[in-house]
Design a protein around this ligand. Sequence first.
Ligand code: CA2
Length: 141
Amino acid sequence: MVLNGPNLNLLGQRDPKTYGSQTLEDVESLMKQSFPEIDFIFLQSNHEGDLVDAIQSARSESIDAIIANWGGFTHTSVAVHDALELLKIPKVEVHISNIHAREAFRERSITGKAMDGIITGFGIYSYVLGVHAARHLLAKN
Ligand code: CA2
């Protein structure tokens, strides 16, 4: 399951210096092309509760792993963090930009504490790396 948080629906439309010029649709195509054997479920939402619901649904829908860019909720959301803590499948956080090379408030990832790891700063290729990381975790378990 690939989850994207607030404002990522605008990818490619603004701020190309930080986020590149590719759209969220391009991200999904890249993932499908890179891993044709995987059945991805994609969800983008601007609403925290939708993301919490998606995390909870992953428990009953036999999802193998979560790759997620929580957007701005990365730095604020205790609710997403708490939902993640209850989900015991591989969880990889991805960011397009390098959150450590930007404003100080982006340095802290609240959600990241409940993820297995974080990939940050490789443009939309972060999502591809996220799938490799999830596969590595699945192979270990
Ligand atoms: O680098 C990332 O992937 C972020 O998760 C993107 C979030 C930001 O709040 C995080 O600190 C880092 C913001 C997503 C906003 O997406 C936009 C897309 C196009 C134009 C403006 C914002």
